[in-house]
Design a protein around this ligand. Structure first.
Ligand code: SAH
Length: 381
């Protein structure tokens, strides 16, 4: 457990004090503290990405991921006449790798770079520094880059918003079904150790996913009001001002009961209560809830695709072929591995999904239903 010089205490010490003073904390408050506390939180205090870190994300696997997202953005932008400034926003940009790869694609066309500005919504000072380094070259060529704490700070007007593994980092509430109905799952103390418990709490029926079967004793329901509120705000903005959004995350095709909260450290699962602030905490994303929030805002949310379908439809194999052309055997092997990791059904391909939100019908390719492949993603309800 690391100790923060500023406060002389650890995240666990702080949680013990909080719980002793105020009582048990909800799973959502636990996640928000462990991930976001400025002094003790996981993201504000480290770079968690890459082989030497805790987990590897799609943009870190291969430049092809960002290039295909860049190609998508370019075609959506072109389909709207490519007029006016192109305000490109990324939520939770990590090391800035995805944006770096996108900018390279957009910069092929110097006219486009001229109207382009980048807006990075990032709360971690450590990761902001990485992003600055990753984009130093583009900034040197005159590309305006701005950092924001929240989406609300991004200047008014149309926006093109992307995010990879962003929604899964936002807090969820968990409810457990017991003899007297739903109760909120909380984290309290058993002696000095953190321990799960439950307390009575009203579960807003309207917040429950549609179509779930009647619960059995012990069933856990996860909902994320923070995630849905953000999707709603983003949808409103896109519906009112124009633009589009594209997000990748992991989650099932259909939402059900279950505890998906997990802690990851050094590429392995660890106990979620063992080392608060030292391990990444994530949950699966309920894409049907995101789609409902987008649609409720008045924006268009065409359908959900698997990451594999999105990347293959955008030309992953063709791009891999081009990259590998004339390269040595080791490089070709690396590219084949990357394709497998990004799109392989046993790897990221099926568990990761792509969801899109736009200001008009029909949804942009490959969300328009004219795709070559059948998706096992969930259409919005
Ligand atoms: N998109 C990157 C990083 C994913 S990790 C990639 O694919 O590699 C999650 C990112 O979201 C980190 O950059 C983290 O600092 C940021 N983040 C987490 N919670 C946030 C919040 N509430 N507001 C803004 N950024 C947040």
């Amino acid at each position: 457990m690391t100790t923060t010089a500023e406060t002389g205490s650890s995240a666990l010490d702080r949680l013990r004090i909080l719980i002793r003073q105020n009582g048990p904390v909800s799973v959502a408050d636990y996640m928000a503290f462990c991930l976001g506390d400025p002094a003790h939180g996981y993201y504000p205090t480290r770079d968690p990405l890459g082989a030497s870190g805790d987990f590897v994300t799609a943009p870190e696997v291969s430049q092809m991921f960002g290039e295909l997202v860049g190609t998508w953005l370019r075609s959506v932008w072109a389909s709207r006449g490519a007029s006016g400034p192109l305000r490109l926003v990324e939520l939770g940009p990590g090391r800035g790798t995805l944006m770096q790869d996108i900018v390279r694609v957009l910069a092929h066309d110097s006219d486009r770079l001229a109207g382009l500005s980048i807006h990075l919504v990032e709360t971690s000072p450590v990761l902001r520094r990485h992003q600055k380094t990753a984009l130093a070259d583009a900034a040197g060529r005159g590309l305006p880059i701005h950092w924001h704490d929240t989406l609300d700070e991004v200047p008014d007007g149309p926006v093109y918003v992307i995010g990879n593994e962003f929604f899964d980092a936002l807090p969820v509430r968990q409810f457990v079904f017991g003899a007297s109905g739903w109760a909120e799952r909380v984290i309290g103390l058993d002696g000095d150790a953190l321990a799960f418990g439950a307390r009575p709490a009203a579960l807003d029926r309207t917040a429950m996913p549609a179509g779930l079967p009647a619960p059995s004793l012990g069933d856990i329901l996860e909902i994320s009001p923070v995630r849905e509120a953000l999707a709603l705000a983003l949808g409103h903005r896109i519906a009112d001002r124009g633009g589009a959004g594209l997000f990748f995350d992991y989650g099932p095709a259909a939402w059900g009961y279950g505890d998906t909260l997990q802690a990851v450290q050094k590429h392995a699962h660890v106990d979620v209560l063992a080392e608060p602030g030292q391990a990444d905490l994530t949950t699966h994303v309920d894409f049907s809830a995101l789609a409902r929030a987008f649609s409720k805002s008045g924006a268009v949310c065409p359908r959900v695709l698997t990451q594999a379908d999105f990347l293959l439809d955008m030309g992953l194999l063709e791009r891999a072929g081009k990259l590998g052309h004339g390269a040595d055997a080791a490089t070709q092997e690396m590219i084949r591995d990357a394709v497998e990791r990004l799109a392989g059904p046993e790897q990221m391909g099926h568990v990761f999904k792509a969801i899109c939100v736009t200001d008009r019908e029909p949804g942009p390719y490959p969300f328009d239903g004219n795709t070559l492949r059948k998706t096992d993603g969930q259409p919005p309800r």
